[in-house]
Write a protein that binds this ligand. Structure first.
Ligand SMILES: Nc1ncnc2c1ncn2[C@@H]1O[C@H](COP(=O)(O)OP(=O)(O)O)[C@@H](O)[C@H]1O
Ligand SMILES: [Mg+2]
Length: 288
């Protein structure tokens, strides 16, 4: 599902005179199968933008198409389509583990599914819940009857994600997916997102960690004051930053530092790629 957004503007107090805009003329196309990153400071409009994608925030002005869904509230099909849209665009909020509530992991993961597809039989529900729990790397039989509150932080987050993946969304949107996780937990979660993406699904993450988006995203949008100020591949976006308060990713800083010493490294801004290019240069210099 491709996302096309044109001139999207949004205010939380639209009736107020001289109202502040949380989003201002945001235009962005996100292709199916992208791993897309949205970065920017607190208050730059990231969360407001992503909440538009499954109509948690209603469109005020501009256009937004998500796959076959037109999110114009004046569209006749709008209300009728909401459920289908939300089953296709899975949204995981920041610290989703705080939103677990059911008595068992099974019930928690099944909740959204039952809501979206009330016609499913218990057997079908079990199948899908099992699939989702295994997809996030947990053991279904060991965990299904546990209380979500007895799990570790990382497990809780996985359960929360399973509760979104259970409807088999085409697009997964995550607000600060790895916030508060330790380095191993971060790596595991990113691996999970990459494996989800394999079936040509779209992943959109919001982050303020430059290294994280640089390593994982195929394209990035930088937001500032409700606007998208830059969009492109990491190597295009992280040449210089529009906002002096944002810091370049480590690989971009190393690349720039080497350039000042007369060493040009031409690479994607992923650490593996960077290292490979350095090794290549080194071997060339040493005639090997
Ligand atoms: N529920 C809300 N009510 C009023 N203003 C809000 C609300 N949520 C966000 N805002 C304001 O909208 C702007 C964009 O916020 P947000 O989208 O949350 O940015 P980010 O996710 O980048 O931190 C900020 O100025 C913020 O204060
Ligand atoms: Mg936010």
């Amino acid at each position: 599902m491709r996302i096309i957004c044109k001139d999207l503007s949004f205010s939380y107090e639209p009736k107020k005179k001289n109202t502040a805009y949380a989003l201002e003329n945001v235009s962005l196309t996100i292709e199916e199968g992208e791993f897309f990153g949205i970065i920017g400071h607190t208050g730059s409009g990231k969360s407001t933008f992503i909440q538009h994608l499954n109509a948690l925030v209603p469109l005020q002005s501009g256009e937004l198409l998500v796959g076959e869904f037109d999110l114009d509230t004046k569209n006749k099909q709008y209300k009728k389509n909401l459920k289908a849209l939300r089953s296709k665009v899975g949204m995981v909020f920041q610290y989703p583990e705080y939103q677990l509530f059911a008595e068992s992991v099974f019930e928690d993961v099944a909740f959204g599914l039952k809501n979206f597809y009330p016609e499913l039989s218990l057997k079908q529900i079990e199948q899908k819940v099992k699939y989702a729990i295994e997809l996030v790397g947990l053991n279904y039989y060991q965990i299904k009857d546990k209380s979500p509150f007895d799990l570790s932080g990382g497990q809780k987050r996985r359960v929360a994600i399973a509760g979104v993946l259970v409807t088999d969304p085409e697009i997964l949107v995550m607000d600060e997916p790895v916030a508060g996780l330790d380095p191993v937990g971060k790596k595991e979660l990113m691996d999970l997102l990459h494996s989800f993406k394999k079936g040509n699904k779209t992943v959109i993450i919001v982050s303020h960690d430059m290294d994280e988006v640089c390593e994982n995203c195929s394209r990035i949008a930088i937001m500032q004051g409700g606007k998208v100020v830059k969009v492109g591949k990491p190597s295009e976006v992280f040449t210089e930053l529009p906002d002096e308060n944002l810091e370049l990713p480590v690989v971009a800083r190393l690349k720039n530092a080497l350039k000042t010493k007369g060493v040009e490294i031409d690479c994607k801004l992923e650490s593996d790629d960077f290292i490979e290019e350095i090794v290549k240069k080194y071997k060339e210099r040493n005639g090997r």
